[in-house]
Unconditional design. Structure first.
Length: 143
């Protein structure tokens, strides 16, 4: 007998974290445009902040892309873990870039401030959690 189509798959912690982080980054990217508008695409202007985090339209687009990735990759454990590793690599690079860019307007095209850099470090840790969280396999009772 085939398994019922109405049976549900158990989602892992990694998947829920990927979805949650994806939704948060998507919302942050969208709300960021309320702060910045669409002009000054890669402008360095620390007066444009969202909850203390500096943003510009390019920075908002990056947040939107990360959000879309999280939402599109949460569906399976393997995809969620891929999203986790993408967060580690991308935000690891953003953190290193931020070490040089904060306080240097000539290269700070993402308008990163110290708060952003701290959030990037936390995003690396979140990516590691998604990528490495142990997955428990559960067996559902067959009826």
């Amino acid at each position: 007998m085939t398994q019922s189509m109405s049976s549900t798959r158990t989602r892992g912690v990694s998947q829920w974290l990927a979805l949650t982080i994806g939704v948060v980054y998507l919302l942050v990217g969208a709300v960021g445009f309320l702060v910045t508008g669409f002009s000054g695409f890669a402008e360095h202007d620390h007066s444009q902040t969202l909850l203390g985090f500096a943003v510009n339209p390019l920075h908002n687009i990056v947040h939107l892309l990360i959000g879309v990735l999280g939402i599109s990759l949460w569906s399976t454990l393997g995809r969620a873990r891929t999203f986790g590793w993408l967060l580690v690599a991308g935000y690891g690079a953003a953190f290193v870039y931020g070490l040089f860019a904060v306080g240097n307007p000539e290269i700070n095209f993402l308008n990163i401030n110290a708060a952003d850099n701290g959030l990037h470090a936390l995003s690396v840790l979140a990516g590691l959690a998604i990528a490495l969280w142990p997955h428990r396999k559960t067996e559902s009772a067959a009826y």
